[in-house]
Design a protein around this ligand. Structure first.
Ligand code: FAD
Length: 511
């Protein structure tokens, strides 16, 4: 019986599920390899996955699922990822509406679609990307126009995983052309489009660097009539639906990479014990041991962070930053693991006979699919920059005893002084003594002196007009940053105030 090392917070059901899926993988890995070599979509294995109920961990029991949460979905993705194409099909099927329907669907819609997600009788595909809209998903051009009880969809989607083999396509389309609505991201709605609907066709299948036996391609929507019942979420709420789905998507996309890393480790231990060069197995070389240790580190960190993020989702949180980190980190780790593994196995590592080169190719896809690494970095930076707890400044305060600036949470010596030009200039000039190269924000100034923001603003404007300080303004003309000019520094304090020398510096050298 296959045994999966669980995390301590997994439930007994989740642990048993992990062992069951792992056993399934071991029983079916040979067949999956045959599909890989023949470059055929593994219909038969995916049907077996469905029969086992492995599509169901993210679906509540009342809709036929296993109700094992995002953690359960990650467990399935991690294990099924070891079956190459099967992992991709599972992942994309989970993304094609599960989270979106659970959060935004009506009870009738859940009853209609979730049982077929859970039992795997319908495979899904998610359709965001278009020829003119990749990272910039808000600029999709596919339209949906209401006609009675139906919507008429026109446009194209591309890079769609599962194109043709999937039954249920979760399509985002524009339902408003109003620029003001666009600015509020109220211009998109989401729809379930079914294979076989008139006007809905596969246009092209992409030959890719990876996804050797997984179809990925273009879809054409030509006057496709979709019942209003198939609209998920309110009209104009498609952006929120998309964003809600993307956290789950990034998480599952990161989980599907982990199982392969564990298999690579098994290959590395096995191979390096048996490959003899210069009269000894190559695992006796420290550099090989170090590289394998690095692979173990990346595998363990990737796994830990993935399941930590899954737990946040299961606890009802919205782990935007964590999901982006997991997605970015796991794909980069997979790339590095694959490169190290290939190097360790030398020429054998480059052949297709060892399942290593394919991991390298898949990791490159991972760095682009579901939001590129650059887009993940944008998300991480922007969200963290907005979080108040990340924006409490680490203040330096001047300490006379040690005659140096110290990290401190105490109030400034100017706190609660009267706000007038003299005092405010002193606050800003004193900051030069501590932070000579940076400006103060208006919040920093207020934090130092306290009192009325309006009064501070008026006084700052007056100091600026007199050339005693300079300001930086945002696009709307609002003052963001302030700093004393040389004239302002001289006006605020005598020159001695700013001078500072280490104890070893000779008096004779001071002038
Ligand atoms: C194998 C595969 C499967 C996929 N499956 C699906 C699917 O099932 N459904 C679906 O809807 N989509 C799918 N996609 C599409 C995928 O989500 C997009 O490819 C991805 O979001 C990037 O869009 P793009 O390829 O158009 O690149 P672009 O958006 O054109 O980006 C090109 C380059 O510019 C950079 N860039 C763009 N904007 C910025 C910015 N603001 N700041 C810094 N850098 C920036 C990008 O990081 C990238 O390096 C799939 C893609 C692949 C490769």
């Amino acid at each position: 019986m296959a045994n999966v090392e669980p995390f301590f917070w997994w439930t007994e059901e989740q642990k048993a599920f992990a062992d069951r899926v792992a056993q399934f993988v071991e029983d079916n890995v040979e067949e999956a390899e045959k599909y890989f070599w023949k470059q055929k979509f593994p219909h038969n294995i995916v049907k077996k996955v469905a029969k086992e109920g492995f599509f169901g961990p993210g679906v509540p029991k009342k809709y036929g699922g296993l109700e094992l949460g995002a953690t359960g979905s990650c467990i399935a993705a991690e294990q099924l990822g070891r079956l190459y194409a099967v992992g991709h099909v599972f992942t994309v099927s989970m993304l094609a509406g599960l989270e979106q329907i659970l959060r935004f669907g009506t009870e009738e819609q859940m009853q209609e679609w979730l049982p077929s997600v859970a039992d795997g009788s319908e495979w899904g595909a998610v359709c965001i990307t278009e020829p003119f809209a990749g990272s910039d998903t808000a600029n999709i051009m596919t339209t949906a126009v209401k006609d009675g009880d139906e919507w008429i969809l026109n446009g194209k989607k591309r890079m769609i995983t599962g194109a043709g083999v999937a039954d249920r396509y979760f399509v985002y389309a524009k339902t408003s052309e109003d620029p003001d609505v666009f600015k509020q991201r109220g211009h998109i709605s989401s729809f379930v489009v079914k294979k076989g609907m008139p006007g809905f066709t596969v246009e092209k299948i992409n030959p890719l660097i990876g996804f050797d036996n997984v179809p990925n391609g273009y879809l054409d929507l030509d006057n496709v009539r979709v019942p209003d019942f198939n609209r998920v979420g309110e009209v104009g709420k498609g952006w929120a639906v998309m964003m809600a789905g993307l956290n789950f998507e990034r998480l599952i996309g990161s989980a599907v990479m982990i199982g392969g890393a564990k298999d690579i480790l098994k290959i590395l231990f096995h191979y390096t014990q048996r490959r003899v060069q210069f009269g000894r197995p190559i695992n006796r070389n420290t550099n090989i041991q170090f590289d394998i240790a690095d692979v173990i580190r990346m595998y363990k960190v990737a796994k830990l962070f993935t399941y930590h993020t899954a737990k946040l989702l299961d606890d009802g949180q919205e782990p935007i930053v964590d999901a982006s980190i997991a997605k970015m980190m796991n794909t980069e780790y997979m790339r590095d693991i694959a490169l190290k593994a290939i190097q360790i196995c030398g020429g054998d590592g480059l052949t297709k006979f060892l399942p290593l080169e394919r991991v390298l190719r898949e990791s490159k896809i991972g760095e682009i699919v579901a939001g590129t690494t650059e887009v993940q970095k944008l998300i991480i930076y922007r969200f963290c920059a907005m979080l108040p707890e990340w924006n409490v400044p680490l203040k330096l305060r001047w300490d006379d005893e040690v005659n140096a600036p110290l990290v401190s949470y105490r109030d400034s010596k100017f706190k609660d002084m009267e706000i007038n030009e003299e005092n405010l200039l002193k606050v800003i000039a004193h900051d030069y003594k501590i932070n000579p190269g940076t400006y103060m924000t208006m919040d920093d100034v207020r934090d130092d002196i306290g009192g009325s923001r309006v009064k501070i603003k008026q006084t700052v404007e007056s100091l600026e007009q007199q050339g005693l300080i300079v300001t930086h303004r945002d696009r709307a003309g609002k003052i963001g940053l302030v700093k004393a000019t040389y004239t302002g520094l001289a006006r605020a304090f005598p020159k001695e105030y700013y001078r500072w020398f280490p104890s070893w510096y000779e008096d004779s050298d001071k002038f």
